[in-house]
Design a protein around this ligand. Structure first.
Ligand code: TXA
Ligand code: MG
Length: 346
């Protein structure tokens, strides 16, 4: 398949390019576009055949539902059965932005899009390029993250082009993706709201608006017995080719352990990497993949650095762990998965 690749300046948006990509969506084609979280691989959410193309391009299991993007709040009216008070509060406070809400779907949303569920997950992105494409296409856009299934979500043009060129009709490079982790997903169908996937809209922020909000228990531990309510969360995810291990303990002990291992590994021809905050980089003799200086930066950089591990052909990587509060919950959720829950205590 030939892929049209274009760049767009988010500070000076060229409406002709927006309309070209909007038309591709309206014509049932697949388009990769930037959002404020990660790049999305989009198609018309109301068109079953278009939705099928997304699954095909990603190599995604077909029971994993797609997330639907709108450009204005009113656009959800034809898509969902009802909008209750809590949903209204969340939309007023956090839309446009990185929050996805699960609603009961109307028939217009095909089961192909909802992965066979009677619900649909919807968000309104704040990224101006994303919103303008949705507006121009006059369609709600189904768009999962633009990675091959099981790989880290991409936030950088070069990573997307490497993996996806030839698999989609269009790639629109804009960005930057300011948050770097995918949107927070909230389910309001139970007695109290439940976060199905943690993100940059934190539990603390949601509680300020809604009162009691809990994390889906299936996210807290490695377990096959508890069923994750967001089907995507059950899959092995975010895995680089390197074996990633999380390391718990004092940073000096972490560094000593890695530096010893690194010596052994070098003699065996094994490449060792470290994922840590930038301030610690000088402690390590192995290849350091800097995550930045604040939790917000770590969230923004984590997927990029996981992809970089592969580009530098790292065989084994040791990762710093983070406190599980605020955006630290989202960081650790992604990191645990990329490490397949392996933890070393030093
Ligand atoms: O930030 C984001 O949300 C990005 C950008 C592109 O918008 N999109 C994204 O989509 O992360 P995706 O498909 O990679 O992740 C969507 C998650 C999956 O885990 C899926 O199982 C879950 O949302 N999901 C979708 N529809 C659902 C529903 N009706 N009920 C529960 N979970 C749902
Ligand atoms: Mg994804």
């Amino acid at each position: 398949m030939e892929t049209i690749i274009k760049k767009i300046d988010p500070n000076n948006i060229d409406q002709d390019i927006i309309d070209e990509f909007g038309k591709m969506i309206a014509d049932g084609k697949t388009v990769i576009f930037p959002t404020e979280t990660v790049y999305g691989l989009g198609a018309n959410a109301l068109d079953e055949d278009a939705a099928s193309k997304i699954y095909e391009a990603k190599g995604r299991p077909s029971d994993n539902p797609l997330l639907v993007h709108v450009s204005e709040i009113e656009e959800i009216n034809p898509l969902v059965k009802k909008i209750d008070k809590k949903a209204k509060l969340l939309m007023d406070k956090f839309w446009p932005g990185p929050l996805t809400i699960v609603f009961e779907k109307k028939d217009i949303i095909p089961y192909r899009t909802s992965g066979g569920l009677d619900t649909v997950a919807i968000r309104m992105p704040s990224d101006e390029v994303a919103r303008r494409i949705i507006k121009s296409s006059k369609k709600p856009i189904a768009a999962p993250s633009a990675n091959l299934s099981g790989r880290p979500s991409p936030t950088k043009a070069e990573h997307i082009i490497n993996d996806m060129q030839g698999r989609v009709d269009g790639i629109l490079i804009g960005g930057p993706c300011n948050y770097g982790v995918e949107s927070t997903i909230v389910d309001l169908s139970g007695e109290y709201p439940v976060v199905l996937r943690p993100g940059s809209i934190t539990l603390e922020m949601l509680r300020e608006v809604l009162g009691k909000v809990e994390l889906d228990p299936a996210l807290m531990r490695k377990s096959d017995n508890i069923k994750a309510k967001a089907p995507g969360m059950k899959y092995k995810h975010y895995s680089p080719k390197a074996d990633v291990y999380m390391v718990k303990g004092q940073i000096e002990d972490f560094a000593r352990m890695v530096n010893e291992k690194n010596k052994e590994n070098v003699s065996k021809g094994i490449k060792t990497g470290v994922l840590c905050m930038s301030k610690y980089k000088d402690l390590f003799e192995a290849d350091v993949f800097e995550l930045g200086d604040s939790y917000e930066e770590v969230a923004k950089n984590l997927f990029d650095e996981l992809i970089e591990l592969d580009q530098k052909q790292i065989d084994i990587a040791y990762a710093q762990i983070f406190e599980e509060k605020d955006v630290g919950v989202a960081i650790m959720n992604r990191l645990k998965k990329s490490a397949a829950y392996r933890l070393i205590e030093v």
